[in-house]
Design a protein around this ligand. Structure first.
Ligand code: SF4
Length: 222
């Protein structure tokens, strides 16, 4: 029974099964296309309220025009807004891209910083985006927590808080910070394929015997 094992024991087995289903590093599992930490940072900012597919359709022309902090910081605003229009919230996102590029130039010598406390000082960059950059671009510990990760970890009873920062710390303690980025992406991929917000495919889920929610949803056999 899922509930007879500790969260730590279940987390270890869940990690093994998800790794078998979705092998690879955080960089290999990330769907966003980029050629540098700066481009990943921009792509992640654009992915807010937008699909990775649409971001990947948008960034080739954006990065052709503005591939680095120098060119982005001096971008023509109307041209920039036109290039990112399809990702939605284009005015705010243009503000963020211009602002973060300028700050990277002025404060960090043109290089995207690696430390969480530095990344979150960049305009438009919260803890989730910073963790994406740390884990995917730099191969450092970093566990992004989005709505998929919150939903999956609640259903799997690995974390009960709705506070993303508390869930991030809880999951790092359960999985180990070194696998955080890849584990976050595996949870997202499993959520999309099997454990969506409205439809749970528990009968075919590889985590069914480890999942209290899935166990509760199974028909009782007499
Ligand atoms: S068993 Fe059901 S609720 Fe649990 S992770 Fe799988 S699909 Fe989601």
């Amino acid at each position: 029974m899922a509930t007879s094992r500790s969260a730590k024991e279940r987390a270890g087995e869940i990690a093994n099964r998800l790794e078998a289903l979705f092998p690879g590093t955080a960089a290999e599992l990330c769907a966003l296309e980029f050629a540098s930490p700066f481009q990943l940072l921009c792509a992640t900012v654009l992915s807010a309220q937008c699909t990775d597919i649409r971001v990947n359709l948008t960034t080739p022309k954006l990065f052709e025009a503005y591939p680095d902090p120098q060119s982005m910081a001096s971008a023509d605003r109307s041209t920039l807004e036109h290039l990112i229009f399809a990702t939605g919230f284009y005015r705010a996102k243009a503000d963020h891209l211009l602002g973060l590029a300028a700050r990277i130039l002025e404060v960090y010598g043109g290089e995207v910083p690696e430390a969480m406390e530095d990344l979150v000082t960049l305009p438009g960059v919260g803890r989730k985006t910073a963790n994406v950059v740390r884990s995917v671009a730099f191969g450092l510990p970093g566990l992004p927590v989005d709505t998929h990760v919150l939903r999956l970890t609640k259903r799997l009873d690995l974390a009960r808080s709705t506070d993303p920062v508390k869930v991030e710390h809880r999951l790092n303690a359960l999985f180990g910070p070194e696998v955080g980025g890849a584990m976050s992406l595996r949870l997202i991929l499993h959520g999309r394929s099997t454990c969506a917000a409205r439809v749970m495919k528990c009968e075919s889920c590889a985590l069914l015997d480890l999942c209290p929610t899935g166990q509760r949803c199974q028909p009782i056999t007499l």
